[in-house]
Design a protein around this ligand. Structure first.
Ligand code: ATP
Ligand code: MG
Length: 597
C-alpha cells in the first residue's frame, strides 16, 4: 500500500526551529553550534553538566522546574535548575571525598528516580565517567558491564544491590565504592549511604577544567545483533545533543518534554537528560513502566508538549486503543498541549505514523541514530512533510550516504575504497562522514572493532537503507537481518510493516529460513491483537494478504503465531534470536533479552 505524504501547514502554534531545510543545511557549521553553548567560565573548557544545569542558574531559569519526577505511586517531586545545581555539586563533592577523580568510572543501577539525575550530572561535574545500567538487568549483564567498564563506583538501591550485585562483589575487586540510595546501607557490608554522604557534602563545587575531548559517558549498545559494545562519548557531545534536539525534536525553552526511554540507554541519556536540560525545558520523568492509561494521563496532566518515544510503545498504544473520533470530530485522545511527537530505536511502520495523526492529532516523526552516533543523524522535521515509513533526511551538519554492497551484504571495500550509490532507491549500507561532536571515540577495550567500523573516510553503520530521488532515507534492515531469497534482497521491515497493516496483527518479526531451492524463504512470527484467535484460517489469510500486498517473491511463506516476540530490554525485536531458535542454533548473548533475569 502506498501511504500518502503528510504535508504540514505553516500555521504551527510554535515557529519550528528548522524552517527551511536546505538553507539550514547549507549555513550550518558545528563551530557555530558550539557558540550556542557557554563553555566553562574563564575558558576552562566544555563540561556537559555545566551546560545542562549551572549555566541556567545565573539566568531567569534558575527558579524554573528542571525535573518533574512522577513516582510509581503517583507522588510528584520537582527540582528547579538551582536545586539541581546544588545537588549535583554535592554529589561531585561526595565523589571527590572518596578520592574518585577524572576518568574514573561511576555506574548507576537505579530506576528513574530523582537521585539518578543527581548522580549523572554530579559525576560529569567531577569529570568522572558515567555509565548507566538499566535497572531491569539481571546479575549477569550487570556484572559483565561493571567488569568491562572498569567500574570504580556503583550507585544503586539496597534491593537492587542485594538481588543483583552482592553475591558477585568478590569477583569485582575493582569496584571500590557502592553507594546505597535510600535506607539499607547499614545492613549491607561494604556499602555506604548515599543520603548520609550527600548530607555531609558541601553544595559548592568548582568544576575542574574540562577538555571537550575528556571522556564523559560510556554507553553499552542494545545487544540486538550480538554482545553489547561499550561506546565511548566525550564532553563535546553536548554540542550535538543541543543542536539536534533543536532541529529534530523542535525543543523550545517553554516546552514540557517527556522522553520515555530509560537513561540506561543512549536515548534516555542524550535526549532524556542532557539535551532537554541544556535547552532549559521542564523534563517529565516517569518512574513507572509502560501502561497505556497511565501514559495518556501523564501526557494530559503534565501538559507534555514534546514527546519522544519508541515504535514499540506506540504500537502498544495502537493495540490498546484503536483510533476513534468523537461526534464533533475531535481526536479521542485530545491532548491540547501536545505539539510534537517523535520516535526512535526501531523502524516506525507507516501505520503508526498515520495512527498518530488520527488518534493524537499529530503525525509521529521518526528519526534514526545509534549508540555510536550519540545523537540523531536522520530525522523527520516539524516543518517538513512526512513520507510515512521513511526515517527522514540527514540533519544539518550530518553527511550521509548509501554505499554499494558486497557479497556479505555490507559495504564493498576494494583496496580500502568504497563506492557511493548515486541512483535513487538502490539498497546499500548506510554510512556517515565522521566529524560531528557526539561521534563515539571508541569501543571500550576493543580497538580492532572500532577500526573495522570505518572505511575510506566513512563510518559504516551496519544498517541497510535506500535513498529516494528527493533525498529521503528509507530503512531496509540491519545488514545481518536482511534476507536473500531466490535472488531477491528482502528487508524484514518491509514485510513486518505490511503484516502489521492487517487488523489482526499487533507486531511481527521476520527472518529468513534456509531453503534448498530459494536459498532462504521468508518466515514471519506474528503476535495478534487482543481477542484474536490464532487459527489455521487466519494463517492462510495472512499468507494471502502478504502475497497480495508484497508479491510472491517477498511475501512470507510461513507464519508462526507468537504472543511473546523476543525483544531487547530497549524494546527491539531480536530477529537473531528468532532465527537461532528456528534453526536450533546457539542463542548467543541474551543479557539484553527482555524478561531475562
Ligand atoms: P547492537 O549494536 O548491540 O546490536 P543496537 O544496534 O540495537 O544493538 P542501538 O545503538 O541501541 O543498539 O540501536 C541502534 C540501531 O537501532 C540502529 O543501528 C538501527 O538498526 C536501529 N534503529 C534506530 N532507529 C531506527 C529507526 N528510526 N528506524 C529503523 N531502525 C532504527
Ligand atoms: Mg548497533
Amino acid at each position: 500500500m502506498t501511504w500518502e505524504t503528510i504535508r504540514k501547514d505553516s500555521t504551527a502554534q510554535v515557529a519550528p526551529n528548522l524552517a527551511d531545510y536546505a538553507r539550514e543545511r547549507s549555513e550550518f557549521t558545528w563551530s557555530r553550534a558550539r557558540k550556542c553553548l557557554d563553555g566553562l567560565p574563564c575558558g576552562r573548557g566544555l563540561n556537559m553538566a555545566y551546560e545542562a544545569v549551572d549555566r541556567h542558574v545565573g539566568t531567569m531559569r534558575g527558579g524554573k522546574v528542571a525535573l518533574r519526577c512522577l513516582a510509581r505511586d503517583g507522588t510528584v517531586t520537582s527540582a528547579t535548575y538551582a536545586e539541581l545545581a546544588h545537588r549535583t555539586a554535592r554529589f561531585a563533592n561526595v565523589l571527590r571525598s572518596l578520592g574518585v577523580g577524572r576518568g574514573d568510572a561511576v555506574f548507576t543501577l537505579l530506576g528513574r528516580c530523582p537521585e539518578l539525575y543527581t548522580v549523572v550530572l554530579g559525576t560529569l561535574k567531577n569529570t568522572s565517567v558515567l555509565c548507566p545500567l538499566f535497572s531491569a538487568f539481571g546479575p549477569d549483564p550487570v556484572e559483565q558491564r561493571l567488569r568491562l567498564g572498569d567500574a570504580l563506583v556503583l550507585v544503586t538501591t539496597a534491593a537492587l544491590y542485594r538481588r543483583k550485585v552482592a553475591e558477585r562483589r568478590p569477583d569485582l575487586p575493582g569496584l571500590a565504592h557502592v553507594l546505597i540510595v535510600g535506607p539499607g546501607a547499614e545492613e549491607l557490608p561494604g556499602t555506604l549511604s548515599f543520603d548520609a554522604l550527600m548530607a555531609a557534602a558541601s553544595g559548592h563545587f568548582a568544576i575542574p577544567p574540562t577538555s571537550p575531548e575528556d571522556m564523559a559517558l560510556l554507553h553499552f549498545t542494545s545487544g540486538t545483533t550480538g554482545t553489547p559494545k561499550g561506546a565511548i562519548h566525550v564532553h563535546e557531545a553536548v554540542v550535538a545533543h543541543h543542536a539536534t534536539a533543536a532541529y529534530a525534536l523542535d525543543l523550545h525553552p517553554e516546552d514540557v518534554y517527556w522522553c520515555t526511554a530509560d537513561p540506561g540507554w543512549v536515548t534516555g541519556m542524550s535526549y532524556g537528560v542532557i539535551a532537554p536540560l541544556v535547552h532549559g525545558v521542564t523534563v517529565v520523568v516517569d518512574e513507572g513502566d509502560y501502561d497505556a492509561l497511565r501514559w495518556y494521563r501523564i501526557l494530559d496532566e503534565q501538559q507534555v508538549s514534546v514527546w519522544y518515544t519508541a515504535p514499540t510503545a506506540l504500537r502498544m498504544l495502537m493495540r490498546g486503543a484503536p483510533p476513534q473520533r468523537s461526534n464533533d470530530g475531535r481526536a479521542v485522545h485530545d491532548l491540547p498541549a501536545l505539539r510534537f511527537v517523535a520516535s526512535v530505536g526501531e523502524p516506525l511502520n507507516p501505520e503508526a505514523v498515520v495512527w498518530g495523526q488520527e488518534s493524537l492529532g499529530l503525525p509521529v516523526h521518526d528519526n534514526w541514530w545509534q549508540t555510536e552516533t550519540g545523537c540523531i543523524m536522520i530525522a523527520n522535521f516539524a516543518a517538513c512533510e512526512i513520507r510515512p515509513g521513511s526515517m527522514g533526511r540527514p540533519l544539518p551538519g550530518v553527511e550521509a550516504t548509501v554505499l554499494e554492497r558486497g557479497e556479505d551484504g555490507r559495504a564493498r571495500i576494494t583496496d580500502g575504497g568504497v563506492r557511493a550509490v548515486h541512483e535513487p532507491d538502490v539498497v546499500g549500507e548506510l554510512a556517515l562522514r565522521p566529524g560531528w561532536p557526539s561521534m563515539f571515540r571508541g569501543y571500550l577495550h576493543d580497538e580492532k572493532r572500532y577500526e573495522a567500523a570505518f572505511a575510506d573516510g566513512w563510518y559504516l553503520t551496519g544498517d541497510l537503507a535506500r535513498r529516494d530521488e528527493d533525498g529521503w532515507y528509507w530503512f531496509v534492515g540491519r545488514a545481518d537481518d536482511v534476507i536473500k531469497s531466490a535472488g531477491h534482497l528482502i528487508g524484514p521491515f518491509e514485510v513486518e510493516s505490511t503484516l502489521m497493516e492487517h487488523p489482526a496483527v499487533a507486531e511481527a518479526g521476520v527472518i529468513g529460513r534456509p531453503d534448498p531451492m530459494a536459498g532462504n524463504i521468508v518466515k514471519a512470527f506474528v503476535s495478534l491483537r487482543p481477542g484474536v484467535e490464532p487459527t489455521a484460517a487466519l494463517e492462510r489469510e495472512l499468507l494471502a494478504f502478504g502475497r497480495r500486498r508484497l508479491g510472491p517473491a517477498v511475501a512470507p511463506r510461513e507464519i508462526a503465531f507468537d504472543q511473546n516476540l523476543p525483544k531487547t530490554r530497549s524494546g527491539k525485536v531480536m530477529r537473531r534470536l528468532l532465527r537461532a531458535r528456528e534453526l536450533g542454533l546457539p542463542t548467543g548473548d541474551l543479557s539484553t533479552l527482555e524478561g531475562s533475569v
